[in-house]
Design a protein. Structure first.
Length: 91
């Protein structure tokens, strides 16, 4: 998958919208903050993300189950090289 910094985060947001119907969503590419760290690439984007998401699908679920839903929705990005995803959830 060849993408630019904006499109990677945008595509991730699209996948999360489709899977979780969020009421709030923010996907930030924080890769530039991890230059030289494990999993970082030379481009400064596409490897480290922060996801803040609120969804009615999270109601009654513990943190692990909520994170699993997010990871499941983003599996294609993880397979393509997203190294780290910091997740903040609420219902």
């Amino acid at each position: 998958m060849t993408t630019t910094p904006d499109t990677t985060a945008d595509l991730m947001a699209d996948a999360l919208r489709a899977a979780l119907a969020p009421t709030e969503l923010e996907v930030l590419d924080e890769s530039w903050q991890h230059a030289g760290h494990a999993g970082a690439n030379d481009s400064g984007f596409g490897t480290h993300f922060r996801v803040r998401v609120a969804s009615p699908r999270f109601a009654g679920l513990n943190r692990v189950a909520r994170h699993r839903l997010v990871y499941d929705a983003l599996q294609n990005f993880i397979d393509a090289g997203a190294h780290a995803i910091a997740i903040e959830t609420r219902d």
